[in-house]
Design a protein around this ligand. Structure first.
Ligand SMILES: Cc1cc2nc3c(=O)[nH]c(=O)nc-3n(C[C@H](O)[C@H](O)[C@H](O)COP(=O)(O)OP(=O)(O)OC[C@H]3O[C@@H](n4cnc5c(N)ncnc54)[C@H](O)[C@@H]3O)c2cc1C
Ligand SMILES: NC(=O)c1ccc[n+]([C@@H]2O[C@H](COP(=O)([O-])OP(=O)(O)OC[C@H]3O[C@@H](n4cnc5c(N)ncnc54)[C@H](OP(=O)(O)O)[C@@H]3O)[C@@H](O)[C@H]2O)c1
Length: 274
C-alpha cells in the first residue's frame, strides 16, 4: 500500500480486559479521518520488528470511539495463531499504529429510514444491537454517537459471550444512566437503553445460559428485554461471529426482517467479522 493511503498514529493507552484474550487500544486520530458510528478502519502493522518498517499486514477493526471523539479506540480479541492480533496486542503507548485514510462499512443507523418518534403519531423505532464477542465494538461507537439516542425510542443492546469475564465495557455501559450528560435522557425514559449481557459457558444471575439465537427462537429474548421484536418497529443490527449471523438472519428473516436493497430501506443490518 502506498504511504499516501494511510497515516501513522500513536498508541496512547492499552487496556487489558481478559489478559491474553481481550484488550482495547486508544490511538491518536488524524483530524481528517472522519467516520460514521458503526464503521470500521483498516489498521496496519509491519511484519518485521525492524524500527521504521512499513506496514504490510492490514486488518479491519470497528471503531469503538464515537465519531466526535478526539482519539480512536479499538477493541480486539487475540487469535493466538493469527498473523495480526498478537502483534496488535503487543503494542505499548508510544508505538505506531497505521490507519488507512478511508473508513468503511454500512453498519450505520442511516441504513434505516426511521420516522421521528412522536406520541401523537404512535410511530417509533427501537434499535436492537445484537452482538457476539468483539462484535460489541461497533455498537459502542453507535452508542457514543448522540444521534443514536435521539433517533430511536429505545435501544436494546444484547452482548453474547462465552464467560462473564468477557463482558468488556459492562461497567461503562451500566454506568451511563448515572452520568450527568445522560440525566435528561434517563429521566424522560428510564428504559432508554436496555442492556442484556448473556453468557453461554457460565451462568449469569437472572439470565438463561443460552445463545442469543436460542433466545430469539424461543421468545425468551423478548421476555427478558420486555420489548417485542416486531418488524414494524424494530431495526436490528447483527455483528460478530459469522455462524451467529447466519443463524440469526434466518430466524429474523422468518419474522419479516430483511436488509434494505436497491434504495428500499430495510430493518436489518449485518456486519461479519470473519
Ligand atoms: C468489518 C470487520 C470489522 C472487524 N472488527 C473487529 C473488532 O472490532 N475487533 C476484533 O477483535 N476483530 C475485528 N475484526 C476481525 C479482525 O479484522 C481480525 O480478523 C482479527 O483481529 C484477527 O486477526 P488475525 O490476523 O490475528 O487472525 P485472522 O487470520 O484474521 O483470523 C483467524 C481466525 O480467527 C478467528 N477470528 C478473527 N477475528 C475474530 C474475532 N474478532 N473474534 C473471534 N474470533 C475471531 C476466525 O476464526 C478467523 O478465521 C473485524 C473484521 C471485519 C471484517
Ligand atoms: N473464549 C476463549 O476462552 C478463547 C480463548 C483463546 C482464544 N479464543 C479464540 O477466540 C475465538 C472465539 O472468540 P469468542 O469467544 O470471543 O467468540 P465466539 O466463538 O464467536 O463466541 C462468542 C459468543 O457467540 C456464541 N456463538 C457462537 N456461534 C454462535 C451461533 N452460531 N449462534 C449463536 N451464538 C453463537 C458463543 O456461544 P457458544 O459458547 O455456544 O459457542 C459465545 O457465546 C476462537 O477463534 C478461539 O480460538 C477463545
Amino acid at each position: 500500500m502506498t504511504e499516501s493511503k494511510y497515516t501513522r498514529q500513536t498508541v496512547t493507552e492499552v487496556r487489558q480486559w481478559v489478559p491474553g484474550k481481550l484488550f482495547s487500544l486508544r490511538v491518536t486520530r488524524d483530524p481528517a479521518f472522519v467516520f460514521k458510528a458503526g464503521q470500521f478502519a483498516r489498521v496496519g502493522l509491519p511484519e518485521s520488528n525492524t524500527p521504521g518498517a512499513e506496514p504490510t499486514l492490514w486488518r479491519a477493526y470497528s471503531m469503538v470511539s464515537g465519531p466526535l471523539d478526539n482519539e480512536l479506540e479499538f477493541y480486539s480479541i487475540v487469535v493466538p495463531e493469527g498473523p495480526f492480533s498478537p502483534r496488535l496486542a503487543a503494542l505499548k503507548p508510544g508505538d505506531p499504529l497505521y490507519v488507512e485514510k478511508t473508513p468503511y462499512g454500512f453498519l450505520t443507523i442511516d441504513r434505516f429510514a426511521t420516522q421521528p418518534s412522536t406520541a401523537q403519531s404512535g410511530a417509533y423505532s427501537d434499535l436492537w444491537l445484537l452482538a457476539s464477542g468483539t462484535g460489541l465494538s461497533a455498537y459502542l461507537s453507535i452508542l457514543r454517537d448522540p444521534a443514536t439516542w435521539t433517533t430511536f425510542r429505545r435501544i436494546i443492546l444484547v452482548h453474547g459471550v462465552r464467560t462473564a469475564q468477557e463482558l468488556a465495557y459492562r461497567q461503562e455501559i451500566e454506568g451511563w444512566s448515572d452520568l450527568p450528560e445522560f440525566a435528561g435522557i434517563y429521566r424522560a425514559d428510564p428504559r432508554k437503553l436496555i442492556y442484556l449481557p448473556i453468557a453461554t459457558r457460565e451462568t449469569l444471575p437472572g439470565v438463561p445460559q443460552a445463545r442469543l439465537t436460542t433466545l430469539i427462537q424461543d421468545g425468551r429474548l423478548e421476555s427478558l428485554v420486555g420489548e417485542r421484536l416486531d418488524p414494524a418497529h424494530a431495526k436490528v443490527m447483527l455483528c460478530g461471529n459469522p455462524a451467529m449471523l447466519a443463524d440469526a438472519r434466518k430466524l429474523l428473516g422468518e419474522r419479516g426482517f430483511a436488509p434494505g436493497r436497491r434504495g428500499v430501506p430495510g430493518n436489518l443490518a449485518v456486519e461479519n467479522y470473519w
